[in-house]
Design a protein around this ligand. Structure first.
Ligand SMILES: [Zn+2]
Length: 214
């Protein structure tokens, strides 16, 4: 069994979407002064590697603590979209072609991950120019009725947020800011786990996402 860590390290000043405050990890007590060590965290729910749930875009949508945990665990597959130009749209054809090449059909219980390579651009101006899902691809994925979609980019789409609106309204949760997906290319059916914190009325949560390869 091999575990691949798909999460970024949470640290002060890490990049977040422009509308949000940058995270703070502040030493609150230290062994030298207090006899024990602990940090204060101040962060938006959507900091670094996290999962978005319906309430993020859907009025009265499910909040994070109410979602059955089996949504956050599934059989994973990675589609390589690293050839797509900056800010371009990932299409139905891109997805169909990749699934055909991998010779799999996906549905309930699956987690569909997109490898863009933009995790390597974190901290550069290019980081937010990642490709994203458009309306047609989002509707195609919604019909597959899978558990979740994820990407190694700060968002899975751009304004007007077709994937967030389409997938979250269907109860498909969204992982953003994943990393190390390149390690998983060509593997299908590995176990993906990305459990959220049980935040009351949460719109999202940071996660420690992992892939387990047998
Ligand atoms: Zn988010």
């Amino acid at each position: 069994m091999r575990i691949v860590d798909l999460s970024f390290e949470i640290h002060t000043g890490a990049p977040v979407f422009s509308a949000y405050p940058t995270p703070i990890v502040h030493k609150w007590v230290s062994i030298e002064e207090h006899g024990y060590y602990a940090n204060l965290l101040m962060l938006i729910e959507h900091t670094l590697t996290h999962v978005d749930v319906p309430a993020h875009f859907i009025k009265n949508g499910l909040t994070v603590e109410k979602i059955p945990l089996d949504k956050f665990i599934g059989k994973g597959v990675v589609i390589d979209v690293s050839h797509k130009p900056p800010k371009s749209e990932i299409t139905v054809e891109d997805i169909e072609k990749a699934l055909k090449e991998l010779n799999i059909a996906i549905g309930p219980g699956w987690i569909l991950l997109f490898y863009t390579g933009y995790d390597k651009k974190i901290g550069t101006p290019d980081f937010f120019n990642h490709p994203g899902l458009g309306w047609a691809a989002s509707q195609y994925i919604a019909r597959l009725n899978i558990n979740a979609v994820g990407m190694d980019a700060p968002s899975i789409d751009h304004e007007p947020y077709p994937a967030h609106k389409t997938l979250l309204s269907q109860g498909i949760v969204i992982y953003e800011n994943l990393t190390n997906l390149d390690v998983l290319i060509g593997n299908t059916g590995f176990k993906f786990i990305g459990l959220p914190l049980k935040i009351k009325a949460g719109s999202a949560s940071p996660v420690r996402a992992i892939a387990i390869l047998e």
